[in-house]
Design a protein. Structure first.
Length: 220
């Protein structure tokens, strides 16, 4: 890993007591709800999600507090998105032949690890509108088109992170993490910014591994 700014950021965020060290029940809720949505292949009725979290041993008071804040829901109250989403975004994923989307580019790499699945990604770059295609599994990037594509990562400090709601999560991370066909395209999009790092896909996957490890640390 050569990008020290990105590495220092993710180490600070995921260390014990860091802003992305969510604690046992919130972290396990994130993992199990993401897996439920992905494996279901569509939105999850709230009752089904509640039952799945009970079976996973996740504190129900924590779930009642966080699900309304952290998830996208439809008019029937079904859970539509939590990182993995069935509301289309720029980042389309195919997981086990099911089509879904992700909130941001980095999520697609994280989910390959959290879901322990092969993931195919088609992501539209802001600005140029070009499509970056990836095949990724829990061990790394298998294939990329273009081969020199990059991923942007917002290198935050603990005091710059707000995960109190979906809007806050999107504003802190998701609206700043995209795939670009080249570093030059990413630099054009991020011109004048000092908080966004442009990472080769291999380095981006290393960051995703560290983030995923932080979310998975409370799993058996």
């Amino acid at each position: 890993m050569t990008n020290t700014h990105a590495l220092q950021s993710v180490e600070e965020l995921t260390k014990p007591s860091g802003a992305l060290d969510l604690g046992r029940d919130p972290a396990r809720l994130l993992v199990h709800l993401t897996r439920l949505l992905a494996h279901r292949g569509g939105p999850s009725p709230r009752q089904e999600a509640d039952q799945a979290l009970v079976e996973a041993g996740i504190d129900q008071q924590t779930a009642r507090q966080l699900i309304p804040r952290w998830t996208e829901r439809n008019s029937d109250g079904d859970i539509v998105g939590f990182g993995v989403t069935y509301n289309p975004t720029s980042h389309r994923m195919t997981v086990d032949d099911a089509q879904m989307w992700a909130w941001c580019a980095m999520d697609t790499l994280i989910f390959a690890i959290v879901l322990n699945q092969h993931v195919e990604v088609e992501s539209t770059s802001p600005g140029s509108g070009e499509t970056v295609r990836l095949r990724v599994d829990p061990n790394g990037i298998l294939e990329a088109e273009p081969a020199d594509a990059v991923v942007t990562f917002p290198a935050r400090t603990n005091d710059q992170v707000d995960i109190s709601s979906t809007t806050a999560i999107w504003g802190t991370f998701c609206h700043h993490s995209f795939f670009f066909p080249s570093r030059a395209d990413a630099e054009k999009w991020a011109a004048g910014r000092t908080d966004v790092e442009m990472l080769p896909l291999g380095e981006g996957f290393e960051i995703a591994e560290r983030l995923a490890a932080g979310f998975l640390r409370y799993e058996a």
